[in-house]
Design a protein. Structure first.
Length: 235
């Protein structure tokens, strides 16, 4: 176990715990947007900025990616940390002003309107769709074209292999800005401009999931071919 201090309170956590998780243990709330507890840390939105003492002086870092260390001192509510969060919220809001989720989190930080030029880009590079597709669905149909400092945000930054996509819609569900759209009409679902045929339940007759998704799960779990003939509601 390691011990650190957050906002003057001592807390003991296991090695590998992030500052965000350690703060949560003390019920200290830190705003987040690109963080999801079931996905690997990404650190793109910077809404979780805190100050930590490193090498004898305080510096800003993202709580969701920063591992807690023995003797570390963290300030979650310092003037510098709060200013950095506000700036991050303004940049997100400028990029995607009509996203309800961003409006909400920015409002909680005290930002109603960005001081910088508004662009309406709809994608904020949070990486939630990429990580969900890779780590939870384990399909990897979405990926970044470029990474890190070389990422050119004026170009399309994610690439979707529509032939790999199974139409599950997890990316659309987790997207905080509705950049990814999913439409269903009758027996079809459209996502990433690809049309997926939906499976019809043999009992209720409802179309309930893309056949491609069910085939993928069936193969992965070695299920009998008729396993998905009936929808979960009628099983
Ligand atoms: Fe930490 Fe986005 S939640 S950088």
């Amino acid at each position: 176990m390691i011990e650190l201090t957050i906002d003057g309170q001592k807390v003991e956590v296991e090695e590998g715990t992030t500052v965000l998780e350690a703060a949560d243990k003390l019920n200290i709330a830190i705003p987040t947007l690109c963080h999801h507890e079931d996905l690997s840390p990404f650190g793109s939105c910077r809404l979780c900025t805190v100050e930590i003492r490193a090498n004898g002086k305080f510096e800003l870092t993202t709580a969701c990616t920063c591992p807690a260390e023995q003797g570390m001192e963290v300030k979650t509510d310092s003037v510098k940390a709060l200013e950095a969060r506000k700036l991050a919220a303004e940049l997100l809001l400028a990029r995607c002003p009509s996203s309800k989720k961003i409006q909400k989190v920015a409002g909680e930080i005290g930002v109603e309107k960005p001081r910088v030029e508004v662009k309406e880009e709809a994608c904020i590079l949070c990486g939630l769709c990429v990580r969900t597709c890779q780590e939870l669905v384990e399909v990897g149909a979405i990926k970044f074209i470029d990474k890190g400092l070389n990422r050119d945000i004026s170009e399309p930054f994610i690439e979707v292999s529509t032939d790999k996509c199974i139409g599950c819609g997890s990316c659309a569900y987790i997207c905080p800005t509705n950049f990814i759209t999913l439409k269903e009409e009758g027996d079809t679902r459209i996502i990433w401009d690809r049309v997926f045929k939906l499976k019809k339940c043999k009992v209720c007759g409802n179309y309930w999931a893309p056949e491609a998704q069910l085939e993928y799960i069936g193969e992965k779990l070695n299920l009998p071919p008729d396993f998905f003939d009936v929808c979960p509601n009628c099983k």
